[in-house]
Design a protein around this ligand. Structure first.
Ligand SMILES: C[S@@+](CC[C@H](N)C(=O)[O-])C[C@H]1O[C@@H](n2cnc3c(N)ncnc32)[C@H](O)[C@@H]1O
Length: 250
């Protein structure tokens, strides 16, 4: 345990973790990103408190793109009985496992995996599926949302950047066959940044518009996808609607 703490203290982290005794990890952004993490945590915690009352010990959580385990650990601290984080980058899996061990949390585990390759049959289904900060780094966001649906047996929270949408009618093969646009995808290039700890692993990113995201979530089988209102003191991107947290149920 003390060896774990020494290792944790010796470096900087993406998240501010509270360690036993109240000590906090140092971050490599000097705390400037704490607000986005805390806003998202407050939004999802408040929504989950309304949806799940009483003992959470029998409930399973899946945290997709778990990074260093910030949300997985908060979910376990909230009382969820089993939390699994899946993360593409092996270094993050090691780091999150180290933090969980230092906090003595054996109900949380992490494994390496690409959301595009997840075998939903092998993992089983979860009461809560979190996909935070991932969708806009993916080249197959529709497939990822289908995976979320396959893995979910109660509630899902998707938090993502969105792009401005286009609306209108499209001549789909002929002026006699006109279809309405249901949403838009923006293409973002991260091909030069795939080495970064927070980025896409392939570099080709398709970012949805809000109407497109809600429409796709409905079509892959979620019920009542809805944007959670950000609190007045939310991180600016959430306050200005540049990113959203969407709740949905099955
Ligand atoms: C912006 S960070 C978000 C981390 C965390 N979920 C959060 O919201 O704070 C994006 C994370 O997605 C991971 N990632 C990128 N592509 C992935 C993929 N195809 N499958 C699983 N994880 C992926 C990255 O390694 C990184 O940890």
């Amino acid at each position: 345990m003390s060896q774990n703490l020494e290792q944790i203290r010796s470096r900087e982290w993406f998240y501010t973790f509270e360690l036993p005794g109240g000590e906090k990890t140092r971050t490599y952004h000097g705390g400037s990103l704490d607000a986005i993490h805390e806003t998202r945590w407050a939004m999802l915690r408040d929504w989950l408190r309304q949806r799940f009352q009483g003992d959470l010990g029998d409930l399973r959580v899946l945290d997709l793109a778990s990074h260093q385990g910030f949300f997985s650990i908060r979910m376990a601290q909230m009382g969820f009985g089993e939390v699994i984080g899946v993360e593409a980058r092996g270094q993050h899996v090691e780091d999150s496992s180290l933090i969980a061990a230092a906090l003595g949390m054996d109900q949380v585990s992490f494994r390496q995996g690409d959301i595009h390759d997840i075998d939903a049959g092998e993992l089983g289904q979860f009461d809560v599926v979190l996909m935070l900060g991932l969708l806009y780094h993916l080249e197959n966001p529709v497939g990822a949302l289908r995976t979320c649906r396959a893995l979910c047996r109660n509630a899902c929270l998707v938090e993502t950047q969105i792009v401005p949408g286009m609306t209108g009618q499209v001549d789909f093969g002929s002026y006699e066959f006109v279809r309405p646009l249901k949403g838009t995808f923006g293409i973002i290039d991260e091909t030069e940044e795939t080495h970064g700890p927070e980025t896409s692993i392939t570099g080709i990113c398709l970012v949805p518009s809000l109407d497109g995201l809600l429409w796709i979530m409905d079509k892959v089988g979620f019920e009542q996808p809805a944007v959670l209102p950000p609190p007045p003191d939310a991180y600016e991107q959430l306050r200005h609607g540049k990113r959203v947290m969407v709740s949905a149920t099955v």
